[in-house]
Each structure stands twice: as structure tokens, then as C-alpha cells.
Design a binder for this molecule. Structure first.
Ligand code: PGA
Ligand code: ZN
Length: 418
């Protein structure tokens, strides 16, 4: 039985300099759990609502109201409550909020408590955080994920110079985390050198640390990634593969067409384009290849990708069990991008995860573009045996906090494997 003695929260800044929330839970025996919550930019419409103040402070992005909810009504109701499990705590939070989208207390406030409880409970039970996360699932053995590491950025994470959002490098699942990061370093350096030669400009990075050169067309991101891989001495399809996040919700037109750079494409034409990329390059996964509302065409995208690439849903499903169920029923996807803050509590993220697994889907555990130096995401990916982890590039400490935690887990638990 876990009893909560004190709760505190305060404003911190995320990797884009925007406010977010840190919180500490103190248990009766003095055990503490401190966490911070991430925040997206390329957000799906169906995401749980993070509360922002909308006043002059931080140009509307301030989180004082959500923080006051934690310090006020949540703390008042939580202190001296006891909980046996994470499920109980999260169900209690949902009831206290009482809205379907967490807009009353704020999804950012609820997530801070849900995760803070997890970290405190792990310490209370003398478990590593990833072991605690694994204990929440009925039947899973912790495992190191394959990494999908951002090389090039466009769309909302850069200046929108090209439509698609991410081209990522996926070191082979047989390489260790340590070797995969070393390969990525080689490729990143080669890519930066190519861009310097081609554009005579220093390598500018985007929100998640990816390179964001003035490409003219999205396809150049893929071509240049292949070039950098070759220059680094690797063979695409052998030691490394690619992954793509189109984030197509952000370049769909009001008429349901897609503004892919200079071209306006029908959904069918975009599916053909993406399908030919998948065949030309070994692409492990195509994320949000169509927009979040284009339910009519997602099944055709999945059929087109077949066994070449996973059809990975992010904005489409928003880690929301109801939307995942619809995607399963309609054959819209076969892989889930899991972002806990899209839904608001760990238990709901667990339901999303279990639903996806029940349909045989792959799972990629993902960070947000606005991240903090907290590393709980690495433990979640390991504890829930995610097939992939998506954290961003290898250049900024809020990303490296997660990679460095994976390195620590790999080092201290060499038998975990992949
Ligand atoms: P976001 O983007 O965190 O800005 O929403 C990440 C993604 O689209 O995968
Ligand atoms: Zn995405």
C-alpha cells in the first residue's frame, strides 16, 4: 500500500525554451519521485489537452494553472490517500478531472502525477524504473529497443523547407545500443559534411537535433541520407536502414489533398510516392503517411506498404484506445507510435499498448519535440519491450538523456538483449 505524504510542482523549461511541468511526490516513508513532462509541436487533434495559460507570460504558453491544480486540488485530495497500484492512482486521477480530454485539470498536470507516482513506487519497491514499468503489464520481459534516430528534419520541426518531418536512421536490431550510436555518429558527421559542401552553410539543427538544410524536395532527404550512409562506409539495408515520419496531417489541404513540397497530390498519388520510397530504400516504418482524418485512405496505404515497411500511426491514433480500435478494425495501420502525454496517464497508455499488441502491431515508444532532461522514456521503452524507441537526434542533451540511460541499462543489464 503506497501512501502519499506531499506533492509539489513547479515550472521548468523544455528543450525549445517553453514552459512545462516538473513535479515531486513524497511517500509516507520519505521515498520521493521527481519527473518532468514533455510537450509536442506537431500535435494530433485527438490528443489529451495540456493546459496553457493563454496570457501574456511566455506568450500564452505558461503552465501556472496546471501547476496550481497540482499544488491545490490534486494535492489536497491526494495527500493521505493510499493506492495499491498504478491503475488505482490513474483511475483516481481521471475521476478527479472528470473530462474525456483532461482539459479541466490539464493532461500535463495529470501526467506529472502519474509518472511521479511511478518513479516513487519503483523506488519504494526497490525496482529499477524499467522493471516497475514492466510490472504494469501482464506478460512482458524487458528488452532494449531498436533505435530510430533523427538525421534530417523538415515540416513543423524545422522551418517547413520541405513537407515531411523526419528521416531517421535505424541501426540494425542486432547491433548494441553503444554500436548503433557510434554508427549514427559517423553518418551524422558525413551528412553534415555533405551539406556543408552542397549549401556552403553550417549544419543547422531543428527541434529534435536533426539537420535541417535548405532541401528543395522531401525526396532529397532520403537521397542524401543514403549518400551519408554510403560515405560513412555502411550499406543501406545491411548495418542500417531508414525510417520516415511524414507527419502528413501538417501538409494536407482543406480539400483533402497533400501539398508535398511544390506538388499537390491526391491521397492515391501520395500513397504511390510513399510506396515507391519504401521499395527503393529499405524503410523500416512510414509514420503518418496520410493525415489524421484521412481514415478512408489509410487501409490502402497499409496495403501498398505490405511487408516492405510498417504503417506506423502517430497523429492518426494519438495513443488513444478508441482510435486504435478503429485503426485495427479498418486495417489502417500495423504499428503504434506510443506517446504517453498524448493520452495523459500511464494506465491509459498501457491500454493503448495492450490493444495494439493484441492485434499483432509493433510499438515504437516516442519522445516529443519539446523534451526535458528527464530520462523516464528510456525505461518505458525497455520495460514495455518496445520494438523501437524514437527520441530525436544525437546532438542535444534532452535527447541524449534517453540514449545515455539506454547505454546505462545495456551496461548494467547485459543479459537484457533485444
Ligand atoms: P511532436 O512530434 O512531438 O512535435 O508532436 C513528434 C512526432 O511527430 O513524432
Ligand atoms: Zn509523428
Amino acid at each position: 500500500m503506497i501512501a502519499i505524504k506531499a506533492v509539489d510542482a513547479w515550472e521548468i523549461l523544455d528543450s525549445r525554451g517553453r514552459p512545462t511541468i516538473a513535479a515531486t511526490l513524497v511517500l509516507d516513508d520519505g521515498t520521493t519521485g521527481t519527473v518532468s513532462v514533455p510537450s509536442g509541436a506537431s500535435t494530433g487533434q485527438a490528443e489529451a489537452k495540456e493546459l496553457r495559460d493563454g496570457d501574456r507570460r511566455f506568450r500564452g504558453l505558461s503552465c501556472q494553472r496546471a501547476i496550481n491544480h497540482i499544488r491545490g486540488p490534486i494535492a489536497a485530495a491526494l495527500i493521505h490517500e493510499t493506492f495499491e497500484t498504478q491503475d488505482q492512482l490513474d483511475a483516481w486521477l481521471l475521476q478527479l478531472d472528470g473530462t474525456p480530454d483532461k482539459s479541466r485539470l490539464g493532461a500535463n498536470a495529470l501526467l506529472a502525477i502519474s509518472l511521479g507516482f511511478a518513479r516513487a513506487a519503483a523506488a519504494y519497491h526497490h525496482l529499477e524504473l524499467f522493471e516497475y514499468f514492466a510490472s504494469l503489464l501482464p506478460d512482458v520481459s524487458p528488452r532494449l529497443p531498436a533505435m530510430t534516430i533523427n538525421l534530417f528534419s523538415g515540416g513543423k520541426h524545422a522551418s517547413g523547407q520541405v513537407a515531411i518531418q523526419d528521416v531517421l536512421i535505424v541501426p540494425s536490431s542486432t547491433s548494441s545500443i553503444a554500436d548503433g550510436l557510434a554508427q549514427m555518429y559517423d553518418i551524422y558527421q558525413e551528412a553534415a559534411a555533405i551539406l556543408h559542401r552542397r549549401y556552403q552553410a553550417p549544419a543547422l539543427t531543428a527541434d529534435e537535433g536533426g539537420l535541417a538544410p535548405p532541401f528543395k524536395k522531401s525526396a532529397q532527404m532520403l537521397e542524401t541520407a543514403a549518400e551519408a550512409i554510403r560515405a560513412a562506409g555502411y550499406e543501406l539495408g545491411q548495418q542500417v536502414r531508414l525510417a520516415v515520419d511524414l507527419a502528413a496531417s501538417h501538409f494536407v489541404t482543406s480539400a483533402g489533398l497533400y501539398q508535398l513540397d511544390q506538388e499537390t497530390l491526391s491521397p492515391e498519388a501520395l500513397i504511390d510516392t510513399v510506396g515507391s520510397w519504401a521499395r527503393h530504400y529499405p524503410i523500416v516504418s512510414i509514420e503518418d503517411g496520410l493525415s489524421e482524418d484521412d481514415w478512408a485512405h489509410w487501409p490502402a496505404l497499409r496495403r501498398k506498404l505490405g511487408d516492405w515497411s510498417l504503417t506506423l500511426a502517430d497523429d492518426l491514433t494519438c495513443t488513444n484506445p478508441t482510435r486504435i480500435e478503429r485503426a485495427i478494425d479498418t486495417g489502417a495501420a500495423n504499428a503504434l507510435l506510443l506517446k504517453v502525454n498524448q493520452i495523459g496517464t500511464l494506465t491509459e497508455a498501457k491500454q493503448a499498448y495492450l490493444l495494439a499488441r493484441s492485434a499483432g502491431w509493433r510499438v515504437s515508444v516516442s519522445a516529443r519535440s519539446g523534451e526535458t532532461e528527464d530520462n523516464w522514456l528510456a525505461d518505458l521503452a525497455v520495460g514495455w519491450a518496445g520494438d523501437f524507441i524514437k527520441v530525436g537526434s544525437i546532438t542535444q542533451s534532452e535527447r541524449l538523456a534517453k540514449y545515455n540511460r539506454l547505454l546505462q541499462i545495456e551496461h548494467t543489464h547485459p543479459l537484457l538483449g533485444k
